[in-house]
Write a protein that binds this ligand. Structure first.
Ligand SMILES: Cc1cc2nc3c(=O)[nH]c(=O)nc-3n(C[C@H](O)[C@H](O)[C@H](O)COP(=O)(O)O)c2cc1C
Length: 313
């Protein structure tokens, strides 16, 4: 069996705490007495890679049998005894990570056009090409999307945080009658019933204050975004595939963006908000006949981070 490991390079780490924050549900990462993050309670770690993906300094590495994962993958992908460099497409795939740190600079128009072109060329079920693409080419436009999406969540979490609703919802969740309405949280699920109830109540408060926080960004401060939709007014036969059509287009965009040195990150939370909120869709010009949506926010990665932090190693 392969031995998996995790390393934090404290010469690169600036102790910003982003990795601890992203791991707050599992609490595998904690701040050590020296101020740097360290892995604790390893048995809870599922090697999801969130810490590695969010680190703006590329200070975190996962290893397999002592080699960094990227080196291990590369060795596996090389022909036996061969020394050839990995094919560029595989190199890109193996190094790709979600990036949530952008330097605020604009995305050049020609790069955005190439990303769009790649998305349009993505395969679709039955070659229906049943997609529309909406371009938000400026930070102020993405910020407007961000503010409206955040407002959607602020309103819904504020409703949940009212004392009566909060108590009922927390009780139902603790009894597991509403299990699955929040993201997986094994720490809470493992608690005894009464503690579980108050932990869920606190969770609502935390969420309500998160979305009320003007600094919180669902779009991570990206400078451009492409929204993809599929239409409902087509033949029934291909409807079950429309979600896949949108997802594949977003994936093509992610790869195209990375190959052009742009960073990006999928946005399931914003997709959910647009799916649930007709007024939000109307405000942003998305027709009622649109079904699935997918967002690709993009921008230039910060100089300390990179579009694909693993590629730095
Ligand atoms: C369908 C989907 C939805 C996602 N939604 C979000 C999101 O709303 N916000 C976010 O910051 N990251 C989102 N992500 C990014 C994941 O958190 C990320 O892919 C995962 O943590 C693994 O990190 P990596 O992409 O760097 O390998 C989403 C990813 C996928 C595939």
């Amino acid at each position: 069996m392969n031995m998996r490991g995790k390393k934090i390079d404290t010469s690169l780490c600036n102790a910003c705490g982003e990795c601890i924050r992203i791991c707050h549900e599992s609490r595998v990462l904690v701040r050590g007495p020296d101020g740097f993050p360290r892995y604790d309670r390893d048995e809870r770690c599922i090697l999801c890679g969130h810490c590695l993906a969010i680190c703006p300094r590329g200070a975190i590495t996962f290893t397999t049998d002592g080699r960094t994962d990227r080196d291990a993958y590369c060795a596996e992908a090389r022909p036996v005894g061969g020394t050839a460099a990995l094919e560029p497409a595989l190199e890109l795939l193996f190094s790709l990570r979600s990036t949530r740190f952008f330097n605020g600079g604009a995305v050049e128009r020609d790069k955005l056009s190439l990303v769009l072109e790649a998305m349009v060329r993505a395969p679709s079920a039955g070659n229906e090409q049943n997609r529309s693409f909406y371009i938000y080419d400026g930070k102020h436009k993405v910020d407007a999307l961000d503010a409206d999406t955040r407002e959607h969540y602020r309103k819904s979490t504020a409703r949940m945080a009212g004392p009566a609703t909060r108590a009922i919802a927390a009780r139902l969740m603790a009894a597991k009658d509403l299990s699955g309405v929040t993201m997986r949280n094994r720490l809470i699920a493992d608690l005894p019933r009464k503690e579980r109830e108050s932990a869920y109540a606190r969770l609502f408060d935390d969420l309500a204050s998160l979305y009320a926080d003007g600094d919180f960004r669902l779009f991570h401060g990206a400078a451009a975004a492409i929204l993809v939709t599929s239409h409902t007014n087509t033949t029934d036969f291909h409807k079950p595939f429309h979600r896949a059509d949108v997802e594949i287009a977003v994936t093509y965009g992610t790869l195209a963006a990375a190959s052009l040195g742009l960073a990006s990150c999928r946005l399931g939370l914003s997709v959910m908000a647009f799916g649930a909120d007709r007024k939000l869709r109307e405000k942003h010009g998305i027709p009622e006949t649109s079904a699935w949506t997918g967002f690709l926010p993009s921008g230039t990665p910060t100089s300390s981070g990179s579009a694909s932090p693993r590629a730095d190693r």
